[in-house]
Design a binder for this molecule. Structure first.
Ligand SMILES: O=C1O[C@H](COP(=O)(O)O)[C@@H](O)[C@H](O)[C@H]1O
Length: 248
């Protein structure tokens, strides 16, 4: 794990999505083995994927090497517009021939919420190694809620402290829908790169709290093994301490 965290700021949401999309495509175009990417829902998740789909470098990526996963999912029927995977499908996944699309189960899968968590745990394990029963993501994308939540790990809740399972079933979520599935911190923290993407003035508090390391802010507790980067627009970065905004 690298405790070093950087903040990259761009003027607005569109410029931010373009910046992250360009970096995302550069990672996908490098190397030659399978690439595992954990996607996020929320406002910036689809914006980054849509920007990536429209960039010319998307044509240089061997999408057959790329496995897509999700950091969390809303417990809804397959294809529901509010599901995180449906938003990613529309933005990018329907336009590329990915090596694997690993969706969380849906309410119409015939599984209950706990069974769905177990099913995703098993799917992750199929791509694990001797060290961990889950893949080490090359990139884990995370949105950050105004309260500092990441994936479906919300402040002041037990799910943030779960270390013995890769997936948790979330009930009574403070944000609708009330039932969700989420990866846990040990899985996210095994990622090579953790990229948190946030835009808008309503995210300024969350970014400041994440950087100050508040125990109860989930966004403060996630670290990539090689790098942890907060990508923010100007409106979201007003509470970033001086001197930690990266030049790149
Ligand atoms: O519900 C969710 O919210 C968070 C943050 O979303 P945002 O719209 O405030 O950016 C998102 O990261 C998560 O994947 C999603 O399920």
């Amino acid at each position: 794990m690298s405790a070093d965290r950087r903040v990259v700021v761009r003027a607005d949401k569109a410029a931010l999505a373009e910046e992250v999309a360009a970096r995302f495509l550069r990672v996908l175009a490098s190397g030659d083995g399978p690439v595992h990417v954990a996607l996020t829902g929320g406002s910036m998740g689809a914006a980054v994927l849509a920007a990536a789909a429209d960039r010319p470098e998307a044509g240089e990526v061997d999408w057959g090497r790329v496995h897509f996963w999700w950091g969390d999912e809303r417990w809804l029927p397959a294809g529901d517009d509010e599901r995180n995977d449906a938003q990613a499908d529309a933005a990018l996944l329907d336009r590329v021939d990915a090596g694997g699309i690993h969706r969380f189960p849906s309410t119409d899968s015939g599984l209950g919420l706990d069974e769905a968590a177990a099913a995703y745990t098993a799917e992750l394990a199929a791509f694990g190694d001797a060290e961990h029963p889950y893949p080490a993501f090359d990139i884990a994308f995370l949105g950050v809620g105004p309260d500092g939540h990441i994936a479906s790990l919300f402040p002041h809740r037990l799910e943030i402290r779960v270390e013995d399972r890769p997936v948790v079933a979330v009930r009574d979520s403070p944000k609708p829908p009330p039932e969700r599935l989420s990866l846990t911190l040990p899985v996210l923290n095994a990622s090579e790169r953790v990229w948190l993407v946030l835009a808008g003035a309503d995210k300024a508090w969350a970014l400041g709290a994440a950087l100050s390391g508040s125990d109860e802010t989930p966004a403060a507790s996630v670290f990539g093994r090689a790098e942890t980067v907060f990508f923010a627009d100007a409106a979201a970065s007003t509470e970033v301490p001086e001197g930690i905004i990266a030049d790149d």
